[in-house]
Design a protein around this ligand. Structure first.
Ligand SMILES: Cc1ncc(COP(=O)(O)O)c(C=O)c1O
Length: 351
């Protein structure tokens, strides 16, 4: 047998990330912060109408990109469409991060920041949220003084739910003149805090958005990058020519026209979040305030048993204990009021 081809050290050292890849669709999925309400019926109609011509041609994204720019209030030259936020993050790393460059993130957070950075062979600096889930300001500001190449900052953060105000974001940007700050606004619709308009005055700012959450298109993979137009052109060079498929483009167009669906989702999820908070308080279960469509809940040493018992009842939630120092942290996505009431009933029985 011939000698094995050596694998890059960065890949060899990585831990495999193993999300579930089957068996979830028939369950009440409160484990991955998707939209448990589904997607707009207009999206399904648009997909049913996809023509053979558009399926058999390489996808043409310019019309949708122009419509998306209008929808988000930017110029088309300031926006890139991506294959989910995940491709946006990979594109940021491919554009800015070389081996041994430093990437800053605050953990626990969305796993793919570390994933793509490690893949590129970057050095990762990762201050942590403390036990009360406070943003570690001193450590972050100290890390920024060293000028890391990229700082990944989801706002709100997942799984902790932390939401920074625009004032706090301004403070971080001011402290990062040598760093590309990536504000991931995956949960923007639930928080209402955005810095997209700042891309014109901050060339060290990238904002990302996704159609996976409120719009309910996680299965189609569509995200956006907002960045100063000069940088957008540079980043486009590092992107494959057809990152977004024809189905995702057709779906996005329909989703953007149905603002009512987005508004109803946000209203329902916010009501569900309040109801869930009240229910948890009655059950004397600790939770952390969240700016997203999910809550981080502390079940302590009963977490594993509770997660398993809910799964037996067809309700999936995400045990995030391995991301924290202590045991028992579970992240739960919110959908409709009815789904939340079912969850609370089951929890009450288990507890
Ligand atoms: C903070 C954050 N960013 C991005 C994503 C994923 O977005 P996408 O589906 O667009 O890749 C998630 C998904 O859970 C997330 O929590």
């Amino acid at each position: 047998m011939k000698a094995a081809i050596p694998v890059r050290r960065a890949v060899e050292r990585m831990r495999a990330y193993n999300p579930p890849l089957e068996g979830r669709t028939d369950k009440l999925r409160l484990d991955f912060n998707e939209n448990p309400i589904g997607c707009s019926p207009a999206v399904r109609r648009a997909l049913a109408k996809l023509s053979a011509a558009s399926i058999s041609a390489y996808p043409e994204q310019e019309t949708v990109r122009r419509k998306a720019a209008k929808y988000f209030g930017v110029e088309p030259s300031e926006l890139l469409l991506t294959n989910g936020t995940d491709e946006a993050l990979s594109l940021v790393v491919n554009t800015f991060v070389g081996p041994r460059d430093t990437v800053l993130l605050v953990e626990p957070t969305y796993a793919m920041y570390r994933f793509y950075s490690e893949l590129a062979g970057a050095r990762i600096v990762a201050p942590r949220y403390d036990a009360s889930m406070c943003f570690p300001w001193n450590n972050v500001l100290a890390a920024l003084r060293a000028g890391p190449r990229v700082f990944f900052l989801p706002n709100p953060n997942s799984p902790t739910g932390n939401l920074l105000s625009t004032r706090e974001l301004q403070r971080l940007l001011n402290a990062a003149p040598r760093t590309m700050v990536v504000v991931d606004e995956a949960y923007f619709e639930f928080s209402g805090v955005t810095v997209i308009p700042w891309i014109r005055r901050h060339r060290n700012l990238i904002v990302t958005r996704t159609f996976s959450k409120t719009a309910g298109l996680a299965g189609l993979r569509l995200g956006c990058i907002f960045v100063h137009r000069e940088l957008a052109a540079t980043m486009r060079k590092a992107q494959s020519p057809y990152p977004v498929n024809a189905a995702a483009l057709a779906a996005a167009e329909a989703a953007m026209l149905d603002r009512g669906f987005i508004a109803r989702t946000v209203r329902e999820v916010r009501r569900a979040r309040s109801e869930f908070e009240r229910g948890l308080a009655r059950l004397k279960v600790r939770y952390f305030p969240s700016g997203g469509n999910f809550l981080l809940v502390h079940f302590g040493d009963r977490a594993k048993e509770i997660v398993a018992a809910l799964a037996r009842k067809g309700i999936l939630v995400r045990d995030r204990s391995s991301d924290f120092d202590g045991e028992g942290y579970v992240r739960i996505t919110l959908g409709t009021l009815a789904q939340t009431r079912r969850l609370l009933r089951e929890l009450k029985e288990i507890l």
